[in-house]
Design a protein around this ligand. Structure first.
Ligand code: PHE
Length: 500
């Protein structure tokens, strides 16, 4: 509910379950399926996970609560909510800088997220053609076969490089994914965002559980568990802390004005604390389970495990190179490989919807106009903003292409080299670093300060309805002091000291 009248005509979630599913859909994405497993494996396994869980608990959950609270109390859109609250609380309007930067972060992230999701579409097609072709020739027995039977390991490892040498195809797939995102968003909160999450998230969870069981049973479960959960405290350095905080913000979709936006559609009845706990728990569980779905099948092959253990930063290669090679070695590999990429697509789509909604809501959210006119604003906003993100995404796609003129431009973005943080990065990596290493933690820090200091204690208490004063005091201490100081230090270290 909005405090001051405007934004009232915005749609609300149809209920608590729908809201939670949409928020989980936003949180669960490539961050859980790709980023978490390799960052965890690569930064001291159990030790990293320990720091990560502490970060989620002491920084992630309190900031998530803060975003929902600010969104609901202010209403309208992320920017309108903060500006309205600042006014009613008698604070400077300069606070709106944080939702503005948050929207920028979301918008930049979706511009490359869509390109990567296009790669997922490519793999779905490759797996579907493989399994479909054999199904026609051999019947249902084809389902038991490993993926890409008869092809060499090099050929399978070469699927991604081959795609990267076809910029046109990459851009078409990126366009398809962005169009799907725009289409869903243009249908509004209930029949767009909510409906999509209602269909895709349950299927996602079924696929994840099925794949994890398959992987634990057929793969090297013990080795994977050791890799992920044995703490190597010697690897616990400043940069591990930094990666843990960055990963927590990315994975929970914080510091991007995004959960704030979903908060604006929240009804008074919904309890923010328990919803935040469920969203954070689900997101963290999916990250951990994704590790258990991926690594056992990878470790089943000595060659692949040597690759993963040896390579310091397998990054996207884990999903797009190592995983397909692993399915090539497993019985039922075609079937489960296809299921895996479909699951990744659903996770990516519900996140991309959330990322673009953040700016679409700015275009249509805070206008007290008749519903039909509002719906039209939303469609136009979604098309224009999605179109712009698509255009920026072309730069990301080109930055992945080896050896063409355009690619060289986006690959060696020399103006960026002047800034230490971006040195040697291509366009995609630089935008990713800007959005996730700088903007998200910075915006998250200011969000915590705003919730802790600018909003009065009585207003916060009224929104959050904690059962007792000491739990409220704990939350307030975390957003007033712990989160801003911890994130501030990490930011200082990650964005300034390390790059220098
Ligand atoms: N949380 C999403 C993921 O894990 C990414 C995301 C970041 C979505 C910020 C919305 C806002 O992939």
């Amino acid at each position: 509910m909005a405090v001051a009248g405007t934004g009232q005509s915005n749609e609300n979630w149809s209920g608590r379950a729908a809201f939670i599913l949409a928020a989980v859909g936003s949180a669960v994405g490539l961050g859980n399926l790709v980023r978490f497993p390799y960052v965890a494996g690569d930064s001291g396994g159990g030790a990293f996970i320990f720091v990560y869980l502490a970060t989620i608990l002491f920084i992630g959950v309190p900031v998530l609560i803060a975003e929902f609270m600010i969104g609901r109390r202010g209403g309208g859109s992320a920017i309108a909510a903060v500006s309205r609250l600042a006014r009613t609380e008698g604070r400077t309007r300069a606070w709106v800088i944080f939702p503005i930067l948050g929207i920028l972060a979301s918008f930049l992230i979706v511009s490359y997220y869509s390109v990567l999701a296009g790669w997922i579409l490519h793999f779905i097609q490759v797996f579907a053609v493989d399994i479909g072709g054999r199904f026609v020739a051999e019947g249902p027995v084809a389902l038991t076969a490993p993926a890409f039977e008869g092809q060499s390991d090099e050929e399978i490892g070469g699927i991604l490089p081959k795609l990267l040498s076809q910029p046109g195809r990459m851009i078409v797939l990126h366009a398809l994914f962005m169009a799907a995102t725009v289409f869903i968003l243009s249908r509004g909160v209930k029949s767009g965002i909510e409906a999509a999450a209602n269909v895709m998230m349950p299927i996602f969870f079924v696929l994840l559980l099925g794949l994890t069981t398959f992987s634990l049973v057929t793969g090297e479960a013990m080795q994977a568990l050791t890799f992920l959960f044995t703490p190597d405290f010697s690897q616990l350095t400043g940069s591990t802390l930094l990666r843990a905080v960055g990963q927590a913000f990315f994975s929970l979709s914080l510091g991007a004005a995004m959960m704030l936006t979903y908060g604006t559609y929240l009804s008074r009845e919904t309890d923010i604390k328990s919803s935040s706990q469920i969203v954070a728990t689900a997101d963290t569980a999916v990250a951990l389970i994704a590790g258990l779905a991926l690594f056992p099948i990878v470790f089943a092959s000595p060659v692949l495990s040597a690759d993963v253990m040896g390579d310091n930063d397998p990054g996207l290669g884990l999903l797009f190179v190592t995983v397909p090679r692993a399915f090539h070695l497993m019985p039922f590999g075609s079937l489960f490989g296809l299921a895996f990429f479909v699951m990744a697509l659903f996770a990516a789509l519900t996140s991309a919807i959330a990322l673009l909604e953040t700016s679409v809501s700015w275009a249509d959210g805070d206008y007290d106009v008749p519903p039909a006119q509002k719906a039209r604003r939303r469609v136009i906003g979604a098309i224009c903003l999605g179109g712009l993100a698509f255009l920026i995404g072309i730069g990301h796609a080109l930055s992945q292409v080896p050896q063409t003129v355009a690619a060289t431009f986006f690959n060696d973005w020399s103006p960026l080299d002047a800034i230490p943080l971006f040195q040697g990065m291509n366009f995609l990596d630089a935008i990713d670093a800007l959005a996730t290493t700088v903007l998200q933690p910075f915006v998250g820090m200011i969000t915590a300060l705003f919730a802790g200091w600018a909003i009065s204690t009585s207003a916060a208490k009224e929104e959050l309805r904690f059962d007792n004063d000491s739990t409220f005091a704990l939350w307030q201490t975390l957003v007033r002091w712990v989160a801003p100081i911890a994130v501030g230090l990490v930011l200082l270290y990650g964005a300034i000291i390390v790059p220098l």
